[in-house]
Design a binder for this molecule. Structure first.
Ligand SMILES: [Zn+2]
Length: 491
């Protein structure tokens, strides 16, 4: 009998403080593929299905494809819509039985009305359907809430190691390999999960995280019985009990060794906490630093208005600052304003018009800008690269106001690839100041063209320092909301 493996995907990153409601329409706007409809191109959350499709023949298994849903990060999901997607996937599993394994591609920070742990709920229900024997393997974004429920009900849990998430396909390959080995009885995965009782920001292209990630990868090769090591950074813009950073070690039946390693690696992160805590500049300080030099583009991240964390991405503060200072040779993007995009398309490239743009979604968006602008570029269905994946920006319009070029997008997304600008005829490398709405993912594409990269704070609703959120459900004490408590084992 050939092995039978089912794969499906459900993902979004819920910012419970976001002004943007999430319903099934948000998933349809990003993607909602029925069984077999996933395109032949990689996407982050669906990596397990994509990888399994390519490996089925070589590794001798039959793949049964289920549905795949993704919505850009935004607010708490409507209960009925979450339940509909969950039940669709569970129904597909039931129809596929008997199966030897189930692969889930998940983000891991989805919250719906009445469900603080959507992924834990989905996996527990899948386990109930499947019984003990079939192997469940899950891949997550590292910005997830690694709850006991979801890890305990799965056999193998693997997270991306890199932030920016450039390694989603490699981790998907590892997941498929470990699930197949478990089905064949070659290994018996056991999870050790340590809760650091803190939350921070961990970009992995720079120290101190670079060395920690490399150490995790090296230990997977050198430590006997270690199958996989993941560090869950956590997602700080969600009011859920399990918010926080957690270290997960999966071993081949060596629980004691796994526990020791999870604790040691956690202590290494804790020892570097001071270095990890981001030193953010104010927007004015960042701009001053940019204007102080003349040797190429300064890329400034407008971190708190990052659509990738659930912000509206239509805060106008930075644009106002550039206009007030009379800065020339600046570019800003993406600013989410589907209405303004429509107006620009109606007028056409080269047109000049009085336009109101930005500042619409809520109090964290600032106020709209009213100005005479020139439409300098238009692009239908613009796409940008994010590592090996392409992500949507929707119809985009570039406007020039004073010395500032602004890219307006209609599908809310963060700055990931340089096509965000180049699709509209703007070369960010030739600008003096480039403001990107993103916390860190921009760095993979924009780092190489930057003379310097700066991180600025702002009034958007995803502050990297989460202390300003009104948390009620989060388990306390948790650093930096409280004095730093001792860590503890979850599993
Ligand atoms: Zn992430």
């Amino acid at each position: 009998m050939t092995m039978r493996i089912f794969a499906a995907s459900l993902g979004t990153e819920t910012n419970t403080f976001s002004p943007i409601p999430t319903s099934y329409a948000n998933f349809e706007a990003s993607f909602a593929y029925g069984p077999g409809e996933h395109p032949d191109a990689p996407k982050h959350t669906t990596a397990p299905l994509y990888v399994a499709r390519r490996r089925a023949e070589r590794d001798g298994f039959t793949l049964i494809e289920g549905s795949c849903f993704w919505a850009e990060p935004s607010g708490t999901c409507v209960k009925a819509d979450y339940e509909m997607m969950r039940d669709r996937i569970l129904g597909e599993i039931e129809a596929a039985l008997p199966v030897d394994g189930v692969l889930f591609g998940l983000h891991g920070a989805m919250v719906a009305e009445g469900y603080d742990d959507c992924e834990g709920d989905l996996i527990a229900r899948a386990r109930e359907l499947l019984g003990r024997k079939p192997v469940i393997g899950c891949e997550y974004d590292l910005h997830c809430h690694l709850t006991a429920k979801r890890v305990a009900n799965a056999d193998v849990t693997i997270l991306y190691k890199e932030y920016p998430h450039t390694d989603f396909l490699e981790r998907g390959e590892e997941l498929v390999t470990l699930v197949l080995r478990t089905i064949k009885g070659e290994i018996r995965p056991v999870s050790s999960l340590y809760d650091l009782r803190l939350i921070s920001f961990y970009p992995t292209m720079v120290e101190p995280m670079r060395s920690i990630v490399e150490k995790m990868s090296a230990l997977e090769k050198s430590e006997p019985g270690v199958l996989s090591i993941s560090f869950g950074h956590g997602f700080q813009h969600a009011d859920v009990p399990d918010l926080g950073s957690r270290m997960l070690v999966v071993t081949d039946g060596r629980k004691t060794d796994g526990d020791r390693l999870a604790r040691e690696l956690s202590e290494e992160v804790i020892a570097k906490l001071e270095l990890l805590t981001p030193k953010l500049l104010s927007q004015a300080e960042a701009l001053q630093k940019a204007l102080a030099r003349n040797d190429g583009a300064t890329v400034i991240a407008d971190t708190s208005d990052n659509a990738g964390g659930g912000a509206a991405s239509d805060n106008t503060d930075f644009i106002r600052l550039l206009l007030d200072k009379g800065v020339k040779d600046a570019a800003v993007g993406p600013l989410w304003d589907p209405i303004a995009v429509r107006f620009c398309f109606a007028m056409g490239k080269g047109a000049r018009l009085e336009l109101r743009f930005g500042g619409k979604s809520g109090p964290d968006s600032g106020t709209p800008i009213d100005a005479e602008v020139e439409v300098i570029g238009l692009c239908r269905d613009s796409l940008q690269s994010f590592g090996a994946a392409k992500t949507k920006l929707g119809d985009c319009a570039a406007i020039r106001v004073g010395g500032v070029d602004v890219v307006l997008n209609s599908h809310r997304n963060q700055a990931l690839g340089r096509e965000l600008f180049t699709n509209l005829g703007i070369d960010p490398a030739q600008k003096r100041v480039v403001i990107v709405k993103s916390a860190n993912h921009f760095r993979d594409a924009f780092g190489p063209i930057a003379a310097q990269v700066l991180y600025a704070d702002g009034n958007g609703n995803v502050p990297i320092n989460c202390r300003s959120h009104a948390f009620a459900k989060v388990m306390r004490p948790l650093w930096p909301l409280d004095e730093r408590p001792q860590g503890r084992f979850v599993l």
